[in-house]
Ligand binder design. Structure first.
Ligand SMILES: O=P(O)(O)O[C@@H]1C[C@H](O)[C@@H](CO)O1
Ligand SMILES: O=c1cc[nH]c(=O)[nH]1
Length: 326
């Protein structure tokens, strides 16, 4: 279902007068993976980037039991995470069987399903995540999952701000953009539409408790999400840099004073799209360095591997609890 007639009226007025203006989409409806009347009129829905479709595949048969969707940037990390789920969820595989990349017909993303959990890679940055998010939401819609029964997680990496020891997991209380605004802007029909980037505080509290039980250092704070790793995150080591080290420090300290605990590149889209769909979601990113101390990431590989597993361990423990496995 679309938003109210009033909201649509405002959008049309803006187009007719050729004004590019800001307008808020207010979430008034029940949780829903999709709100697009055109979908019902389509003969077939091809989920191009994950090489699935509602005619080519029996999506209900394949995915109707999904309860958790875990997203992370790199294909390798999400494949390893899937194999870890096999062990942790005591997922039964017949002799000789192995996990297969369900999105293998496309080389954009990898997608594994382990019982009620999907592990999927989203690449780097908002455009890549946004495409995947549309297709995952439609996938769950075609599979006839219930949006109030599904939880989404982003498990990733980030740069920390302030006195956070590298290796600390930040659980995002909300996402803000590179100029500290709490919404994702999408240029749509010549207008800028702002989608609030809100996350679920109850889920965050549960995840903090799970982190405590697992003895993983975790904090809650705002996450700044930028469109670029270098200039967008005030780094001094990009190919271009038109600001001084003092400018960088002043910016990062200002962000920190506004409760920003870490910086990454997807939380804004993740929070905005899950909030729009009314789906419970959380973002957990480990910090790889303290951005007030440096820009380059040069921690040894094995240490980084262990740090990257921390958000995964929290999410696995949470899922195990939800499934009554501990
Ligand atoms: O989930 P990952 O670790 O890929 O997320 C962060 C944000 C960017 O995608 C990337 C930059 O190195 O890492
Ligand atoms: O500093 C960092 C580290 C990981 N990911 C980011 O986006 N920034």
């Amino acid at each position: 279902m679309h938003g109210s007639v009033d909201e649509l009226g405002i959008l049309m007025g803006q187009i007719l007068f050729g004004v590019v203006q800001y307008s808020r989409i207010v979430l008034k409806n029940e949780p829903s993976f999709v709100r697009n009347p055109s979908l019902a009129c389509m003969e077939e829905d091809v989920l191009y980037h994950i090489a699935l479709g509602d005619k080519s595949h029996d999506l209900k048969e394949m995915f109707s039991d999904v309860k958790f969707v875990c997203f992370g940037g790199s294909p390798g990390r999400m494949q390893k995470f899937a194999f870890q789920l096999v062990d942790e969820l005591k997922y039964k595989m017949t002799a000789g069987q192995t996990l297969c990349n369900v999105a293998g017909g496309s080389d954009r993303y990898v997608l594994y399903k382990v019982g009620p959990v999907i592990s999927v890679s989203h690449g780097m940055g908002i455009p890549s995540l946004s495409i995947l998010m549309h297709e995952i939401l439609k996938l769950l819609h075609h599979a006839e999952c219930s949006p109030s029964d599904v939880t989404f997680f982003r498990i990733g990496t980030s740069g920390g701000l302030g006195s956070l020891e590298p290796g600390t997991v930040v659980i995002s209380e909300a996402a803000v953009d590179g100029i500290l605004r709490p919404y994702m802007e999408v240029a749509t029909l010549g207008m800028i539409i702002q989608h609030p980037a809100l996350l679920n505080q109850e889920l965050n509290a549960e995840l903090m408790a799970v982190a405590g039980e697992a003895e993983i250092k975790a904090v809650c704070g705002k996450t700044m999400c930028t469109y670029d790793f270098y200039e967008g995150q005030a780094r001094l080591d990009g190919a271009f840099c038109d600001y001084t080290p003092e400018d960088k420090m002043a910016f990062l300290k200002r962000a920190h004073s506004r409760r920003v605990a870490n910086i990454e590149m997807e939380s804004l889209c993740f929070a905005a799209m899950t909030h729009r769909a009314g789906i419970k979601s959380a973002v957990l990113c480990v910090t790889l360095l303290d951005r007030l101390k440096g820009d380059q990431i040069c921690t040894p590989h094995d240490i980084m591997e262990e740090w990257q597993q921390r958000p995964q361990r929290i999410v696995i423990k949470y899922i195990r609890k939800q499934l009554g496995l501990e």
